[in-house]
Ligand binder design. Sequence first.
Ligand code: GRF
Length: 201
Amino acid sequence: TRLVVLVSGSGTNLQALLDACADPAYGARVVAVGADREDIEGLARAERAGIPTFVRKVSDFETREGWDASLTTVVERFEPDLVVSAGFMKLLAPEFLDRFLTLNTHPALCPAFPGMHGPRDALEHGVKVTGATLFVVDAGVDTGPIVAQVPVEVADDDDVASLHERIKTAERAMLVDAVGRIARDGITVDGRRVRIGAGAR
Ligand code: GRF
């Protein structure tokens, strides 16, 4: 299973996938890493692993549509079976999503606390359990069909940083587990119902 991973930041989710892919039995490999900005640790991680990278900055294009089309074209070149948006901070165009099955992780239990501030919003709401969600990207923000979720307890003394760090640890394990199972056993998306494994493809 060929993965293209999209990143915008530190790339710890990417690193977890790269580490998992080092074992051939995992069933997937990262064939390219793309970003919407330069000089980020996520790209450095890919380079250290000897994986091709590409950067598409919105500011280099006259229109957002131009950026969307360029991103689709460059991803297409790597013929991915699956695209993983791992901390990628841009919305993907419908044409992109029609073309590639794309998964994203969100640091909250969807449909709770969508958007840029999942850990902060969970903390402010005072929930005792939050977590991470892996979902199929659709046209909304963190609204797509859910592939996997993992709960994370909120500690009384958590701040946003400590909570997000604990979520990210669970998030990485969830991502690696789900992508591996998808690579080996397939995935079916039937409306909002997602199934990994036997019978899925
Ligand atoms: C993750 O928590 C992801 O869910 C959120 O941003 C973080 C990215 O972390 N959107 P990293 O770049 O994989 O370290």
